[in-house]
Design a protein around this ligand. Structure first.
Ligand code: AMP
Ligand code: MG
Length: 345
């Protein structure tokens, strides 16, 4: 958590530097604690203040719908009694269907029913531990998006015995899509939305240059490189973001649904970048989690199929920064980071 705060600080520093060069134009900035992370939100323009306020309200609403730990949220109620249908808003029903689509697209590497396994590891608790083989086997049996049933007509969701939802792998991307809608509605000319490593770079900096967004180096406190982007989402997943240690080994929070263990795919982090378009924030978030599970080769296979939609930066355990060619200009590796850059096409 401390590390994450530092990173947000790094992004904020970049943002403020940009803002200082601006002259007259002023930004409204706000820090928001929600969805278990520190968020930094800024918006320029006449309606900037109203946009930030509306975004904060929207984020809190989304959190109160999706939270696993707030017992009153529809998701928490479903998880407590999966077989009893729970009413959910149309937006959440849409999100569940979208999540199902990404689960299928990634061959189950992204699976929002991973909750039972995440619970066996204690990832939502204060104390984490390596589960017994038996506990892991039992919890894995409950995983599978086909066990979740969305009833559009009734506006409800139910799930088969023991199956629970964890939308933590997609919620912030969903919120970043909402941020783009709100900024458009308020005619915000420019702004930066950092939802704990999920960034929306809206418009350009006041000086007309692209926004500069740091990509964390998972192996240090610093950054591996800088993305210069405008009107884009940039969303990162990595094992370094949340983990515990037991018996001298590190166990992180992104689970490979095919094993029930933290994914070991040879990747340190995956950053997915996409131009602002409806639903792309959610896409980037689902894919950043899934591609971290799938590893370099399968991530690049999927990119080759859908490269008109998104681009990738993969930091690998063997010290490479693999950058898809759509980001060749936008991504500048920090030389001191020590990664060897590879542009793939
Ligand atoms: P992110 O930071 O977007 O990669 O999301 C990580 C979070 O997603 C974890 O903290 C879990 O709540 C959840 N999660 C873990 N593994 C998976 C998975 N294989 N598919 C979907 N969600 C996952
Ligand atoms: Mg994600």
């Amino acid at each position: 958590m401390r590390k994450m705060r530092k990173f947000c600080g790094a992004v904020l520093a970049l943002m403020l530097l940009s803002a200082c060069g601006a002259g007259e134009e002023k930004a409204v900035s706000q820090e928001i604690y929600a969805m278990d992370t520190v968020m930094q939100v800024s918006a320029y323009g006449q309606q900037g203040g109203a946009a930030v306020k509306e975004l904060e309200t929207a984020i809190r609403e989304m959190e109160s719908e999706l939270s696993r730990t707030d017992g009153k949220s529809p998701v928490a109620r479903l998880n407590a009694q999966p077989e009893t249908p729970v009413p959910m808003t149309e937006e959440v029903l849409d999100l569940l269907e979208t999540a199902e689509g990404y689960s299928r697209l990634t061959g189950g590497a992204f699976d929002p029913t991973i909750a039972s396994v995440a619970d066996a590891w204690g990832f939502t608790e204060k104390m984490q531990q390596v589960p017994t083989a038996e506990a892991l086997r039992e919890s894995l049996e409950k995983v599978g998006i086909e066990r979740v049933h969305v009833d559009r007509d009734a506006g409800t969701v139910w799930a088969e015995e023991g199956t629970k939802l964890d939308l933590g792998g997609i919620a912030k991307g969903w919120a970043s899509d909402r941020a783009a809608e709100i900024y458009a509605a308020h005619e915000v000319p420019r702004g930066l939305v950092d939802l704990g490593g999920n960034v929306l770079a809206w418009g350009q900096r006041p000086d007309g240059a692209p926004w500069r967004v740091g990509v964390r180096d998972p192996q240090s406190e610093g950054i591996a490189g800088v993305l210069s982007i405008e009107d884009s989402f940039a969303i990162t997943s990595g094992g370094y973001q949340r983990y515990f240690e037991q018996g001298g080994r590190r166990y992180h929070h992104i689970i490979d649904p095919s094993t029930g263990y933290p994914a070991e795919s040879g990747l340190l982090s995956v950053t997915v970048v996409a131009p602002v378009e409806e639903g792309r924030g959610t896409l980037c978030d689902a894919l950043s989690t899934a591609l971290f599970v799938l590893g370099e080769e399968r991530a690049l296979d999927l990119w080759r199929q859908r490269q008109e939609e998104f681009q990738l930066i993969l930091l690998t355990e063997d010290g490479r920064a693999v950058v898809t060619d759509g980001l060749a200009e936008a991504f500048a590796l920090e030389e001191e980071s020590g990664y060897a850059q590879e542009i793939v096409s």
